[in-house]
Design a protein around this ligand. Structure first.
Ligand code: ADP
Ligand code: MG
Length: 310
């Protein structure tokens, strides 16, 4: 069976900005995949390219085996539901009308049973007849999710769906998306709430400066760095004119004043790193080993991959 999503050597620039650089990966059917990366990493550009909202400069994208930019594009389009990062909607339609209109776009006539199910799953039943413009930001976000689901797409892509959404709604949204995944839908999610990605996604890709810098199963990712990230507090001020530790030590990321996360390639090298820190002129105040937090892994991977200025 072909993967739900196949991205092969995709690049996309906006003028001089290389938003996506030669990215390749695929997402097997049934997976809950997370795409992480700092702001401006290229996640939305990649997702918009998958959704056919943006044309790539080179490379190819297939959804359920259908190429998004060939004559298969309509089959590809039907196979995905995208929840966009930006809130876009028609303010004059009610919630139900918005969903009926979207069904019509896919040529689906009698969709009431499924629409009711989506509304109920997303706790929107009460708002079915409310005008879009009267809804709060969080409610609008739910409608965007509902809209992406009307045609029961096998691949569901959510671009920062919980940005600016309150905790209750996030929980509700996730249990619904989790249920869809259990029923066999493939999910691709971008989020900057790393704890969400950690608990939901079975595999994670990380982007930085348009590149895919890491792709790995969440379990392995958390295991890999289990004993290999240390949180170090150094006494301030250290010696005068001392360069910042993150400059002297390439594996250190400064998380706040005097506090560093240091990725150590191997647990047996922790001692060596501590000795080096002291030799560099720093006095260590406290030391903790970190485990099972995706945040730390994220930081160390971001630090380890090269900066790009062009
Ligand atoms: N329509 C556009 N025109 C010009 N530059 C863009 C456009 N869309 C995105 N970019 C640029 O491409 C880069 C990647 O942006 P984006 O894909 O939105 O990243 P992310 O979703 O990871 O935050 C950024 O430098 C952004 O400014
Ligand atoms: Mg984005």
């Amino acid at each position: 069976m072909r993967p739900a999503l196949e991205i092969d050597s995709v690049s996309k620039s906006f003028g001089a900005v290389k938003a996506v650089r030669n990215v390749s990966f695929s997402v097997p059917r049934g997976e809950f995949f997370g795409l992480l990366g700092p702001n401006g990493a290229g996640k939305t550009t990649l997702i918009n390219s998958v959704a056919g909202l943006c044309r790539v400069d080179s490379g190819s994208i297939k959804v359920m085996g259908y190429d998004v930019s060939s004559r298969d594009y309509q089959s590809a389009r039907r196979a995905i539901g995208v929840v966009p990062q930006e809130l876009v909607f028609d303010p004059f339609f009610s919630v139900r009308e918005t969903l009926e209109f979207q069904s019509g776009y896919f040529g689906i006539k009698k969709n009431d049973v499924w629409i009711d199910e989506i509304l109920s799953g997303l706790n929107l039943t009460d708002k079915a007849n409310a005008n879009m413009r009267s809804l709060s930001g969080g409610m609008k976000r739910r409608v965007l999710v509902a809209q992406a689901l009307v045609h029961r797409p096998p691949l569901i892509i959510l671009d920062e769906p919980t940005a600016g959404v309150d905790v209750d709604l996030r929980k509700n949204l996730w249990s619904f998306i989790q249920k869809l995944n259990d029923e066999g839908h493939t999910i691709v999610l971008t989020t900057h709430y790393l704890e969400e990605a950690e608990s939901l996604c079975s595999r994670i890709g990380m982007m930085k400066n348009g590149e895919l810098v890491m792709i790995e199963s969440t379990d392995l990712l958390l295991q890999r760095d289990k004993e290999c990230v240390i949180r170090l507090r150094v006494k301030q001020p250290a010696k005068e004119n001392l360069s910042p530790l993150e400059v002297l030590l390439p594996n250190a990321v400064c998380v706040e004043l005097g506090e560093y996360l240091v990725s150590v390639p191997n647990p047996s090298e922790v001692e060596d790193v501590l000795r080096l820190v002291r030799e560099l002129g720093y006095e260590i105040d406290t030391l903790e080993t970190e485990n099972e937090s995706l945040e730390d892994v994220f930081l160390s991977i971001m630090k380890a991959s090269p900066e790009r200025s062009e």
